[in-house]
Every structure is written in C-alpha cells, then in structure tokens.
Design a protein around this ligand. Sequence first.
Ligand SMILES: Nc1ncnc2c1ncn2[C@@H]1O[C@H](COP(=O)(O)OP(=O)(O)O)[C@@H](O)[C@H]1O
Ligand SMILES: [Mg+2]
Length: 330
Amino acid sequence: MAIGTMGEGGGYEIEGFEVPIMTAISEMVSADGKVGSEAVLSATGITVRFGGLTALSDVSVSIPPGSIVGLVGPNGAGKTTLFGVLSGLLKPNSGRVFLLGEDVTGASPQARARRGLARTFQQPELFNGLTVREHLVLAYRARHERARLWRDVFTAGCLRRPARAETERVESLLELLSLGEVADTLADVLPLGTSRLLEVGRALAASPSVVLLDEPLSGLDVHEAEQLANALQRTVREEHVSLLLVEHDIGTVLNISNHIYVLDFGLLIASGPPEEIREDPRVRSAYLGDEDVAVGRVDIGSHHGARSTSDPHNEAAAGQEPDVVEERST
Ligand SMILES: Nc1ncnc2c1ncn2[C@@H]1O[C@H](COP(=O)(O)OP(=O)(O)O)[C@@H](O)[C@H]1O
Ligand SMILES: [Mg+2]
C-alpha cells in the first residue's frame, strides 16, 4: 500500500504538531459554547491586490460559533482569494484575520490548523488503497497521535490497533455522515458525492472549531448535493462546529446557511440572512444582470470573466503582489 504524500493544509500535514493547544482550544469552544457570540473566525478590512488588480477590497466577514455561513459570488468575485486569506495560504496586503480571538494574520496554514481551523479541498485528495474508515483513522491520528501516525507510515501500512477514543470518534463520524455502509470500501472507487462526505469527515476528525469548504457542491448531482447539504446541517447541530461554504451555487447555500456574504468584483455587496439575500437587488443583478433570479439552483453563468487592470473597479489598484505562502501542487 502506498501512503503517498502526506497532503497539506487541513489534511494530513503534521509538521510542528502540538496536541495540547489544539485540544484545549477545541474544548474551550465546543464544550458549552463558552466563547458566546464571539466569532470563531473573522477577517476585517481585507484587501488583496494582484499587481494592478484588486481581488478583494476592504472585505470583512465573521463566522459565529455553531453556524453555517455562505460566501458566494459570480466568477472572479474574489471567493477563492478570501478562502486563501482565511486558511493562511495567502497574506493580505492589508487587514487582519482572527481565529478564536487570536490574531493569526501572519500564521501558517499548519499553525491555524493546530488552533482549530480545518478545510476541505475541491478535488478530494484521497489515498489509493485505503478504505473510508482508514482515511478517518489516519486523519484522527494525524491530529491526536503524532508518534503513532509515523509508526503506521513506516510499518508498511499496517494500521496499529486503535485506542478506544479513536474508534469512538471514527465510528461517530461514519454515522454522522452516513458513511457506515461504505466504511470498508476503498476510497478511490467512491462516487464524487461520497468522496466529498469523506473529505468532510477527515476535516472533522480533529474536532476543529471551524471548517472552510471550498466549493463542496460543485460537480454533484441534485441528489448528492441534497445529501451533502443534509450532512452539513447535521454536522453543525451535532459537532458544535462552524462551517464556511465558499460556493458558486447560490441556491443550496441560500437553503442551508444562517448567514450569507456576497462578493462581486472584490467588494462585499451584501451580507445577511438568506431571506434578505434572496430579495437583495444588488445580488440579483450581480448574478444575472437585470434579469430576475428564480431562486433555486441558480446558474450564475460566467458573465464575469477575469478582470483586466483597466477595469473601473480596479483603477485605484496599485501595489505589490500579496505573499503566496503555499500553493497546492495540483
Ligand atoms: N494569483 C493570481 N494572480 C493574479 N490574479 C489573480 C490571482 N488569483 C486570482 N486572481 C484574480 O483575482 C480575481 C478574483 O479571483 P478569485 O478569488 O479566484 O475569484 P472567484 O473564486 O470568486 O472566482 C479574479 O479577477 C482573478 O483573475
Ligand atoms: Mg474560485
């Protein structure tokens, strides 16, 4: 069995892994909501410039505990850029990011992961030859038992006998995400919808305070999207975790989010509960020009292509490239 690379971001990287900090923080938040209404994750005044183009202009967002927050917008709106700033892959030109009340603007993705931030990838990065359950076991060990994980890696893939806490955690994730039936199935043969559920399970294995999901609904059929949406809602109820859904598909996000932010050309054009966002004329016109939006699975199309430096929204833009801390290899 080939373990392959250890992944990065919120996945399997274990460099500088410190159990006590992460555990302490996740308990602080999830036990009885002691952080109160204070945001789990927030960003204030974020500006990101790529040469002469302003990808984000003075954007502020806040993710309260135990909530689903949607971040939507047409192509080129700046969603992926904001995702990068929140996860630590991209340093903003200005603005600050706070995780559980701590300023993490300069912190690496790994340091943020240790402090309770997890993420999923748009293309699930699954290991060939490992079952669904084994993926969850490895994700759990990557966060809870560093020495044990390394032993597993170097003993040619013979996973050691699990501790009880590990078994309980893995079984509860299988149940939460309705993955029980495929627990012993090799992950590489899973349909896309099930792979996305497994990605969510891996992110949750470390009991994070907040999970950033990068277009979790893209490529799913209606049934798979509904299944995932239900699983995400159940997750928030049962895990005391917050989710940020970065999505192209505004329809499903409207259905399951407590709060929605809408970006357009790097500006936050609307922010509010779904009822307000549905009615917001700026959102309608951002998505479909002057046409009315029939709320549902709205296809936002691609009328917003890449912007040029001569774009009026970006004429004031000037400045150095932001620091790209780390890029995915794919
Ligand atoms: N690394 C980069 N270099 C230059 N321009 C970029 C880079 N990343 C994104 N952009 C530009 O920034 C704008 C916002 O992009 P992005 O955040 O990917 O939008 P979205 O995810 O909402 O589609 C787009 O105009 C895009 O072309
Ligand atoms: Mg994007």
